[in-house]
Ligand binder design. Structure first.
Ligand SMILES: Cc1ncc(COP(=O)(O)O)c(C=O)c1O
Length: 396
């Protein structure tokens, strides 16, 4: 039976208002068209407006957004090395490998949990095609120095913003800096469509390609009539409705999550403020002798509290987990994606002789970092209660 937590990772992310908007849509939709259609387009347009980007493509998950992004990169720019974080979700690394790129890892900055700018710069060489940054748990991973170097060296920036909706750098939303950016709407994120993701870009060529790749590589999905006419003319022996340009996938989403997304988007900014205030309150009340509280909060948009032990001590870690279990506090060890990806079995085949000494920061998070729930309905009284439990632990 499912365990119910006193302090869960997420609470009430799909509200009665979401359910009611869906019921209304289902009842009103006389033609019963629920596959990708008008609501998907409306959600894409409203998301683009919210983000401040030209084009968005709704897909069935954040992982699908990652996969399409690297596939589009390969088709337009060819393969090479892609610098990726060891602290991210598996799909960020998997999409790089699946598309024939070589993943090159850069250790993280403990204050943002994102790749450290100097570590990235050290890994850049003539084969570097792109830097695929993950803005981890609401923190900003960009800096002026990094953006300048990428521009100067003509290296493509890709942004994974799956965990950081609404976060910004220099007052501009994350997800608008790179050639392509990705978002996830999985249940516990800043907003949810149950499952879902978005690929965003300001580049028309990328947009057209992503739409084609989302739907089996099919020409008629491009949305560009002149381009379609040209290809149809070049392929007179093919049915115009069935011209497949690439061996691609079906990663579409449907009208139902789009309706939920449209309703959720209305309260996203308000919820982000509540969560950011919760984070500050949490960090101000945690004992900074035991836990890291010196994160860089400028521009951040949190959705889960980072709880990182200062001391690298396994006994302390076991005690913390025991106390959280006793007190019904749901947690995940390793912060984003279970910690250091370099330690996962799927990578063994691809990486030989990893020197973990070059990945000290991510390893600390791997063994001594956690996240616990931060959701809009979380009250200050409860945050105080959690902090008291965590501060009262008798560590070595
Ligand atoms: C950084 C990051 N990228 C990608 C994903 C994949 O998103 P999804 O779960 O929607 O497939 C996640 C998942 O939570 C994530 O945290």
């Amino acid at each position: 039976m499912k365990k119910y937590f006193t302090h869960p990772l997420m609470d009430n992310n799909i509200t009665d208002s979401d359910v009611n908007s869906l019921i209304l849509f289902l009842k009103k939709n006389k033609k019963k068209i629920f596959t990708q259609s008008k609501k998907v387009i409306e959600f894409e347009n409203k998301w683009s407006k919210w983000l401040g980007i030209k084009y968005s493509v709704f897909v069935n998950s954040g992982s699908s957004a990652n996969l399409l992004t690297l596939l589009a990169l390969k088709i337009i720019y060819g393969t090479g090395e892609v610098i990726v974080p060891p602290l991210t979700w598996i799909s960020d690394v998997a999409s790089v490998i699946q598309n024939g790129f070589k993943p090159v890892f850069a250790d993280i900055n403990p204050k943002t949990l994102c790749m450290d700018e100097d570590e990235i710069i050290k890994k850049i060489n003539s084969k570097t095609k792109a830097v695929f940054i993950t803005h981890v748990q609401g923190f900003n991973g960009l800096s002026t120095k990094l953006l300048n170097i990428l521009k100067q060296k003509k290296i493509i920036l890709l942004e994974d913003v799956c965990e950081s909706h609404g976060a910004s750098f220099n007052k501009k939303k994350l997800g608008t800096f790179g050639l392509i950016s990705n978002f996830s709407f999985y249940y516990a994120h800043h907003m949810s469509t149950i499952e879902g993701g978005m690929v965003c870009t300001n580049d028309k060529k990328v947009y057209k390609l992503i739409k084609i790749l989302r739907s089996h590589g099919m020409l008629r999905e491009s949305g560009d009539r002149n381009y379609e006419k040209k290809i149809i003319k070049e392929n007179p022996k093919l049915s115009p409705k069935f011209i497949f340009l690439y061996p691609a996938y079906n990663l579409r989403n449907t009208e139902i999550p789009a309706v939920i997304g449209l309703n959720q988007l209305k309260r996203l900014d308000k919820n982000n403020i509540l969560r950011s205030n919760n984070l500050k309150y949490f960090l101000n009340n945690l004992n900074n002798n035991y836990y890291r509280t010196d994160f860089e909060l400028e521009g951040s948009s949190n959705y889960a509290f980072p709880l990182v032990l200062k001391k690298a001590n396994i006994k302390n870690r076991n005690l913390l987990e025991k106390i959280m279990n006793i007190n019904n506090i749901e947690f995940r060890r390793g912060n984003a994606g279970g910690g250091n990806q370099l330690r996962q079995p799927y990578l063994k085949k691809y990486l030989k002789n990893i020197n973990f000494k070059n990945f000290r920061e991510v390893d600390h998070i791997h063994f001594f970092g956690y996240y616990i729930g931060n959701y809009p309905s979380l009250k200050k009284k409860k945050i105080i209660k959690i902090c008291k439990i965590l501060n009262n632990i008798s560590y070595e």
